[in-house]
Every structure is written in structure tokens, then in C-alpha cells.
Design a protein around this ligand. Structure first.
Ligand SMILES: [Zn+2]
Length: 437
């Protein structure tokens, strides 16, 4: 019964408008990226974006150049308008059937994964020409962000298996697997880095890196509904809705755990990390061996993590030697991005007239705050963006030694019934943003 989230991400709206007609400029100095999201990667000089249109089943790859403020399709064909037209044969290099994920540029080549049932890593020129298959993956990706280190991409997998139908005829997930994989993007060689095995439920929910080490957050249950005292979905739901503090109880009932692992990518060692940490979620302060934080970065003797519940995001600095945490900042909503030992955040505040926890409860009359925390100097700096102030920034995205920003566009996709996630660009610098209808 686990709900899988499929992203309707990227440039759907721009995709529908066509990709523009400027030629792709290749640039040997295009820097690559450290963190690759399912729909985008961010480098100092280039952003690579992938949009998947669920209604057509086709994807489009685009590039944004922060220096020229130009968004272009990954297609250098003359006389191509980079548009998908139903029923017509696709000749555009930037448009392809299937879902494109994890697009990025490395050494002046474009790389991406194309999911058409199985997932295949492709390489092409930046203008989409000279497309080559590198490898078909032995696993399915879990749609969480990937890390890029020294010519290798680190992804987490996901697979699940349903059990037999219970007495009410409901089949539930009986087991899941999720592991960290390394893929050499030149040779296509794949290496499984972890061995968590089959669990009743598992999610590698957080990934960050420091040098040759990857820090991986893993949450898992040893018991499924079948193995628990409930046996059936209905009995479980009945209990869940009547229970005072179901989250705390669930951890006990399903034998839930969360752990952080440190994976040394050079020698392959996987080590469980220990934190002196108490849960912050109300009513769960006494739960041991379960972490409700997201590790977002590490630098020397410090880890950086956030906790987020619907009412508040808090950013902490953890002193490894002392085993103590210090609060660095908090906000009603906080987006963050970590690269090169800097944390970029955007803070927005709560509108007290709105219902707590409502999706749109931000106070739009208070301008967002933009800040950067330097983890080498342990110092905050405020960022004053030089952009069109009638737009609101939602995200600061670390990109190499710079940051890029995104805003709420006044562009609304009239075709879309629901909120849509798109990416768009402000003057000079860039980002991914959310549009609300
Ligand atoms: Zn084209």
C-alpha cells in the first residue's frame, strides 16, 4: 500500500510552449555538478533540466545558461522547433519517448537516464547529437537525489514485492529493497555499495557527501502489516485512526528503525554512524534509535541537519566531538542547499490567519529571507538578490562556488488543473520553482 511519488516535474509548461530556437553553444569550461535531482542538475555555468509530460509520455531536455540568461533545448538541429506534435515522428534531439531523469553535463557531454520500462544511461553531445547507450541499470531508481563524485554517479534503488491478498482481498507490500549503487558514467560499470537486504519497508531518504564519504540515511521496518499483530490492512487502519500517537506506536509495532551509514567510496567500507540525538517530534522524545532529521552536509568535525514538521523547519549544527547540537536557524518554511561547505537557505514565515499546516499558509506579505552559512567560518551572511522584486524567490540552489535562485513566476499554466512544478529563470541567475495556480 505504499504510495510511490511520481514527479510531474521539470519543464512541462515550457515544454508545451516549445523549447525556443536558439542554437546550443558548447563550452569546454562548463562545470559539472555535485548533486543531481531527478529533474535537474546545477553547475556554475549551466543548469540541465528534464521535463516529463505524463499526458504524452515524452520528455524534453533543456539547458539554462545563467550568464546569457538563455534557455535552450538540447538540440542543435537547424529548422527544428523542438516541439512534440502528437502523431508526428520525433526528429528533435531534445525530445524523447519515456521519462528522462538525472540530467547532467560532465566534460562537455550531456548524460541522462531514460526510463522506458528499464532505465538506461545515455551520453550525447550537449546539442543532443551523437547519442550513445552506456548501460542499462540492474535496478530501478527511487527518484531521490543522486550524488556526483569524480566521474561516478551515486543513486539509490527501489523495488517492492506484494504479498498475498488478506482476508479482505487487499494485497499489501510484503517486502522492499533499497541500496546505494555507484555507476561509472564512462564505462557504465555498476557497483552495489550497500547490503541492507530485504525489509518490510525501506527508504534511503537522505544522501550527502564529504570527500570520499557518502552519508546515507536509511529508514526501515522489520515487520510488515502481515507480520504484525494486525494481519489485515483494515485492522491496521482502524488502529491507526484510533491511536493517540500512532507514529510512536508504529515504530514499536512494525519494529521501525532509522540509521545513518557512512559509505567510503574508495575502499567500500560501510559503517553505521552514531548520533547523540533525541527525536524532536512531540510525543516521540523518548523513542531511541530513530532519527527524524535529514543530514544535509558534513565538514570536518561538524554535521549539518534539518528537522521539518508542518509547522517548522530547523537547521542544526552537530559537534561530532562533543555530541551536542546547536540550532542555527528556523522558519515556517525553509529550503536549503549544500555545496562547497556552504548552506544556502530561503526562509518564509507563517501567516497567522491561516490554518496551521495548510499547504499555502506562508505569509506572502513578509519577504523571504535569503541566507548563507559558511561551515568553515561558522558564520552567516545575508544575501540580497538583485532581481525583479515583484517575483518571490523560493529556492537558493548551490551550484559550485555560486548560488542560483528561483522565484514564483507570474506565468501560470492555464491548461493545468492542479499546481504544477516547473523551472524558470530570473535575470542573470536561475532556478527551479513552484507555480501555484
Ligand atoms: Zn529540436
Amino acid at each position: 500500500m505504499r504510495k510511490r511519488v511520481f514527479f510531474m516535474v521539470g519543464l512541462l509548461s515550457l515544454f508545451m510552449m516549445g523549447c525556443g530556437s536558439r542554437d546550443v553553444q558548447t563550452n569546454d569550461k562548463v562545470s559539472t555538478t555535485e548533486v543531481i535531482k531527478t529533474d535537474a542538475s546545477y553547475g556554475e555555468d549551466m543548469v540541465t533540466l528534464a521535463g516529463y509530460d505524463m499526458s504524452t509520455g515524452y520528455s524534453c531536455i533543456q539547458m539554462y545558461n545563467p550568464k546569457t540568461n538563455a534557455t535552450i533545448a538540447a538540440c542543435g538541429l537547424a529548422n527544428c522547433n523542438h516541439e512534440y506534435v502528437e502523431g508526428e515522428k520525433i526528429t528533435c534531439n531534445a525530445i524523447m519517448e519515456g521519462k528522462v531523469a538525472y540530467p547532467f553535463i560532465y566534460e562537455n557531454n550531456l548524460y541522462y537516464f531514460l526510463d522506458t520500462g528499464g532505465t538506461t544511461l545515455y551520453k550525447s553531445n550537449v546539442d543532443g547529437s551523437n547519442k550513445k547507450k552506456i548501460a542499462t541499470l540492474d535496478f530501478s531508481t527511487d527518484d531521490h537525489e543522486a550524488l556526483f563524485i569524480d566521474g561516478k554517479i551515486y543513486l539509490t534503488s527501489f523495488s517492492d514485492e506484494d504479498g498475498e491478498a488478506d482476508e479482505d482481498g487487499m494485497a499489501m507490500v510484503a517486502s522492499e529493497t533499497s541500496e546505494l549503487y555507484e555507476i561509472d558514467i564512462k564505462t557504465g560499470e555498476q557497483r552495489k555499495m550497500t547490503d541492507f537486504g530485504s525489509k518490510a519497508k525501506i527508504d534511503c531518504f537522505s544522501k550527502t557527501k564529504n570527500g570520499n564519504r557518502i552519508f546515507l540515511g536509511v529508514r526501515y521496518d522489520n515487520k510488515s502489516v502481515y507480520d504484525s499483530e494486525f494481519k489485515t490492512w483494515n485492522k491496521y487502519m482502524e488502529w491507526f485512526t484510533s491511536c493517540d500517537n500512532p507514529y510512536e506506536e508504529e515504530i514499536k509495532v512494525f519494529d521501525g528503525h532509522s540509521d545513518y551509514y557512512c559509505v567510503d567510496i574508495k575502499n567500500g567500507d560501510v559503517e553505521k554512524m552514531g548520533f547523540n540525538y533525541n527525536m524532536t517530534y512531540e510525543g516521540m522524545e523518548n523513542v531511541k534509535g530513530f532519527y527524524d532529521f535529514y543530514l544535509i552536509g558534513a565538514n570536518k568535525n561538524y554535521y549539518y541537519y534539518t528537522t521539518n514538521y508542518s509547522e517548522q523547519y530547523t537547521l542544526y549544527e552537530y559537534d561530532i566531538k562533543k555530541g551536542t547540537s546547536k540550532e542555527l536557524d528556523n522558519a515556517y518554511r525553509m529550503t536549503y542547499s549544500y555545496a562547497n561547505n556552504k548552506i544556502y537557505i530561503v526562509k518564509t514565515q507563517y501567516d497567522k490567519d491561516k490554518e496551521l499546516g495548510a499547504p499555502d499558509a506562508e505569509d506572502k506579505s513578509i519577504p523571504p529571507e535569503y541566507r548563507c552559512y559558511d561551515t568553515d567560518k561558522h558564520k552567516w551572511t545575508d544575501i540580497k538578490p538583485d532581481y525583479d522584486m515583484d517575483k518571490k524567490i523560493l529556492v537558493l540552489q548551490a551550484a559550485g562556488n555560486k548560488y542560483l535562485y528561483g522565484y514564483i513566476s507570474d506565468f501560470v499554466n492555464e491548461e493545468s488543473e492542479s499546481d504544477s512544478y516547473v523551472s524558470s529563470f530570473s535575470q542573470g541567475e536561475m532556478i527551479g520553482l513552484k507555480i501555484k495556480k
